[in-house]
Design a protein around this ligand. Structure first.
Ligand code: GDP
Ligand code: MG
Length: 172
């Protein structure tokens, strides 16, 4: 079981609302197509786990599948509840967002709640779908700074742009 292998490794957990590209990023990181990628929001229902090697070091990565379907619970509460087991194990939480759609209200809520609940865990913000340099300019918009997680790390999960820099930022 990967859980046993990965027990002593540093763990990165990918979280965020549906369709921002968490599973695509996970697949790119592990260099396999293990997670189901879909345009249909909320397709990933189980957590996918894998091990990547970066600069000679093994790192455990978990892709979470938080989806919104409970009308009685706020989006952020739901994600945190569903992904709690993974989040509790994280050394680094990566909140993934989509530069093409910009920041949605539920993402503000999620950023705030993650910071509150995981005070001791490093949390990074990724601006995904930065497929070209041009799109990167969107990350200068104030809404991104409003999340309080620093300047988003720009990358493209589909074409690999910025992936190496991303891993360097996490591990330096
Ligand atoms: P998840 O719900 O967060 O796991 O998102 P998925 O990985 O399933 O991706 C949702 C959609 O976004 C799919 O159609 C992906 O192909 C697309 N997508 C993911 N990453 C990128 C990216 O870097 N650039 C672009 N243009 N599309 C992406
Ligand atoms: Mg997914």
């Amino acid at each position: 079981m990967i859980e046993n292998i990965a027990q002593n490794l540093p763990t990165i957990v990918l979280v965020g609302r549906a369709n921002v590209g968490k599973s695509t990023l996970f697949n790119t990181l592990i260099e396999e197509h293990k997670a189901l990628v879909s345009d249909i929001a909320g397709t990933t229902r189980t957590n996918n786990e894998g091990v990547i090697i970066w600069r000679g070091k093994e790192i455990h990565v978990i892709d979470t599948g938080g989806f919104d379907n409970d009308e009685n619970e706020s989006f952020a509460d739901e994600i945190i509840d569903q992904d709690e087991r993974a989040l509790d194990r994280a050394d680094i939480i990566v909140m993934v967002s989509d530069v093409k759609t910009g920041v949605l209200p539920q993402e503000k809520e999620l950023a705030r709640d993650l910071k509150k609940k995981y005070k001791k865990t490093k949390i990074f913000l990724v601006g995904n779908k930065v497929d070209s340099k041009k799109v990167e300019l969107n990350l200068g918009e104030k809404e991104w700074q409003g999340l309080g997680l620093g300047y988003p790390i720009p990358l493209s999960a589909t074409n690999g742009r910025g992936i190496g820099d991303f891993l360097d930022i996490l591990y330096t």
